[in-house]
Design a protein around this ligand. Structure first.
Ligand code: BES
Ligand code: ZN
Ligand code: ZN
Length: 476
């Protein structure tokens, strides 16, 4: 699907025109009577095609970014079932153009790699007409929105790939390819290197897998970076739970446990293509959590790269073990202004915030506030989960420095966050945020701009944050 920008004066080759309107505009519409007879109320996400007039009407609640993103996704999905090839619409408001394009590209996403019959949608061109005065500005907005949406879809593709096809070595290969295409530097550590680095917590998780664990480090270093951003991703290419085996029904969809890693790859792809003046380092712990005679066990004590001992009481709380070592490595290698980690870390986060909201944790209210503004801008939902010293006591261990699960069944997203906090250096405490994307990363039913499967959660909010960093004054 191509998206083109033209001025209102230019000739457009179109089989169907799109009209987005709210309930107040409905009465004034050219086809008001027909629309009324069809029962069309212009409510949010309502789409109706009048084939004889070659018009598509779509309802919207208010003309804001969140609504238009969703409306556009519904429009493109409606068009997938038709034979229209060239569709056009007019955009009078540049403020919602980026969200419109994101809605179109994200809503058009379908993962058909494993289908014998591939999707072959008729829709080829979408032309957006704007006032000639804003043509070049509109072109730039479309370019940027396309980069962000495509990077999100790139991340979705990786997450949706089966655990048999997207193993830790394969994730390393994909990362290498991305590095080559986007002129990033790439360093990959295999198990012998991880042993030298004393990353015993990460190694223990991957020990029963037939695939070697890998640590992937990609960097984007522009000429005059304004800030340095380290992004750390949980890359569990499969999470069976290990010896603390998951129940059968919970295991289905656990290919998504690499979503943090794939999001981080999407972020560095987008930021490098947008050529933002931000130095970005992506660190990924690519591991498979399986079980055999060599598997790590509940009751084991692991000595992390940081040197702290960890009592394992549940091998299904594996993500935090991998991240503990990768966070330590990342802090040792790069002196960053911000360090963010992304992980499908806990089912408890979904219980706390619901399936659609990313849980954000950290010590700096100011930083969380900045993310909250990136959340509003990008349309990715986030909620802040507060740390407190009482919950911190729950991960104390009688026999080691820390325990990998909380002693009580409540506050599981926060105790997981506090476990990670143990591995954040004192000078980085205010610069660190943890994003629990367990709910938002994957869904077996569509919502907002998300179709079945992976959503690419984290990419848009983080790119919005990085863009803000570039645009803001020095105090930001
Ligand atoms: N990968 C899971 C978390 C998860 C659950 C992600 C559901 C997406 C959907 C994680 O490794 C895990 O198993 N966490 C356990 C922690 C528990 C053992 C303390 C959980 O959430 O049950
Ligand atoms: Zn697990
Ligand atoms: Zn997991």
């Amino acid at each position: 699907m191509n998206i083109k920008i033209k001025s209102l004066k230019q000739k457009v080759d179109s089989d169907l025109s799109v009209i987005v309107l709210d309930a107040t505009e409905l009465k004034k519409a050219k086809d008001a009577k027909v629309l009324q007879n069809a029962g069309f109320k212009a409510s949010q996400d309502e789409v109706l095609i009048l084939h004889e007039s070659a018009l598509l009407y779509a309802g919207i609640e208010i003309f804001d970014n969140d609504s238009i993103r969703s409306t556009m996704a519904q429009i493109v999905q409606k068009l997938q079932a038709t034979k229209y090839k060239n569709v056009s619409f007019t955009c009078n408001n540049l403020d919602i153009l980026q969200a419109s394009i994101e809605g179109l590209i994200l809503g058009n996403y379908k993962f058909d790699v494993y289908k014998s019959k591939k999707n072959d949608f008729a829709l080829k061109n979408i032309t957006i007409q704007v006032n000639v005065k804003v043509l070049s500005q509109a072109k730039e907005i479309v370019e940027n929105a396309t980069i962000i949406a495509n990077a999100t879809n790139f991340s979705r593709d990786l997450v949706n790939t089966t655990p048999e096809d997207m193993t830790p070595p394969e994730l390393a290969k994909v990362s290498k390819k991305l590095a080559k295409e986007n002129a990033l530097t790439c360093n990959i550590l295999k198990e012998s290197d991880l042993k030298k680095e004393k990353m015993n917590a990460m190694l223990a998780v991957g020990r029963a897998s037939r695939h070697e664990s890998h640590l992937i480090h990609l960097s984007y270093v522009p000429k005059n970076p304004k800030k340095v951003l380290s992004l750390v991703g949980k890359g569990l290419t499969y999470d069976s739970g290990g010896l603390s085996l998951k129940p059968a029904s919970s295991m289905v969809t656990m290919k998504m446990d690499k979503a943090g890693a794939c999001a981080v790859l999407g972020m560095i792809k987008a930021i490098s293509e947008l050529k933002l003046d931000i130095e970005v380092h992506a660190f990924i712990g690519a591991v498979e959590n399986m079980l055999d005679g060599t598997a790590y066990k509940p009751d084991d004590v692991l000595i992390s790269k940081k040197g702290d001992s960890i009592e394992v009481r549940n091998t299904d709380a594996e993500g935090r073990l991998v991240l503990a070592d990768v966070l330590t490595y990342a802090q040792e290698k790069v002196k960053a202004d911000y360090i963010f980690d992304y992980a499908t870390l806990t089912g408890a986060c979904m219980v706390a915030l619901g399936q659609y909201t990313i849980g954000v944790m950290g010590h700096s209210s100011a930083l969380k506030h900045k993310l909250s503004s990136a959340s509003s801008k990008s349309g990715e939902l986030m909620g802040s989960l507060p740390f407190n010293r009482h919950l911190k006591k729950l991960i104390k261990s009688e026999i080691a420095d820390i325990c990998n699960v909380g002693a009580k069944p409540y506050g599981g997203a926060i105790t997981a966050g506090l476990f990670l906090d143990n591995f954040i250096e004192e000078k980085m405490k205010q610069k660190w945020l943890h994003f629990d994307i367990a709910g938002a990363a994957y869904s077996e039913s569509s919502w907002d701009v998300n179709t079945y499967g992976a959503t690419g959660a984290g990419v848009r909010i983080t790119v919005a944050f990085a863009k803000n960093l570039c645009e803001a004054k020095s105090k930001y």
